[in-house]
Design a protein around this ligand. Sequence first.
Ligand code: TMP
Length: 392
Amino acid sequence: MKQFLNLGYQPLANSYLEDKNLNKKEKKFKLVVGFNPKNFLVSILNTVPKEQMFNKNYPYKSSESLTMRKQFKTLASYIKKRFKPKTLLEIGSNDGAFIKNFNKKRVIGVEPCKNLADITIKKGFNIYPNYWDTTLAKKIIKKNKVDLIYSANTLSHIKNYSEIFKAVNITLRSNGILVLEDPSLLECIKKTAYDQFYCEHIYVFSGIALQKILDQFNLQIFDIENLKTHGGSNRYYIKKKSNLSISISKNVKVNFQREIQYGLHKFSTYKSFAKKVSKSKIKLKDIFDKLKKNNKKIIGYGATAKSCTVLNYCKIDKKYFEYFYDTTSYKIGKYLPGTKIMIKKYKKLKVNDADYVYLGAWNFKDEIFKKEKKFIKNGGKFITHIPSAKII
Ligand code: TMP
């Protein structure tokens, strides 16, 4: 592993602070990112034990985002049509936003965050409140193997990927399909979206790196879709190599070539990305400093884990902000880790609310700009750092 980026000491991105522990010392870890020239994998180098991140207090609920709800619904119909699975398993089923589109008797969810697992268990779904590993896979197949495994934004959270794919191979039928969806490294690098890196995002995958890993487990990507979610993601369709009945789409080669052309297989690409990140930090801090000097009222929109990386790295804290707006019930009334900015319950933006709104949830820009049409029409301004730090 060759280190290329140092994002400083960071708190755990989803450890929102309550009033009572505002003055307590927060746990911090050094957020450094590296590249493995052998398998092209990009990952953070100091990881936090999973139990500290994925437990009964996990704040992120997929169902609270309209974009995600819509996308899961469309994907569920597509999967039913294209693969006709009789049984389906989701790794990281969260609060059920995806599996609710299927017949309860035909789906299995795996969700280690107990607060989320409980939501779906109460609704009568078959949920294993466990981490995904080979022990669990062996337990599951005592009943039956499955036709399709789906996992979105979960693979990048699991350090031991060997365990993931061994467990997939145990659970999946020989002609079964694995569908994985995660942020795209190409989009992350192109957009200087360094906030894809935080404690939970151990890996940001490129297609070429993922295939190198899959090779070790006799798995093959046969199709790739490029998605807009989470700032640019890829959906990978994967089969067992022994299954010759499915051919490999041209898409796969096209995506791999695009990544190679951009240099995702070369360390120098990541070094120049790191330089852009430093510049972005200076520019963003400069924008905030100028606005603060002119006594401008700034609020944040979407208290995301990504904002945690940006604000802590750029040292932009509660001095600059009035508060953040967020729709997630768990976050409301708490404070952003590290920067200690208060989070308030979201209300539709009014011009008097703020002079400038920092777009923490930049990955939902389209959805947000649609919602806040009136604020924008009346001259409301946003600050963003993607693809470069600026006021829009
Ligand atoms: P994510 O980037 O990790 O998906 O988190 C998105 C966060 O942004 C989540 O806490 C909800 C918040 N959010 C809003 O507050 N308002 C919105 O309109 C949207 C789309 C998201």
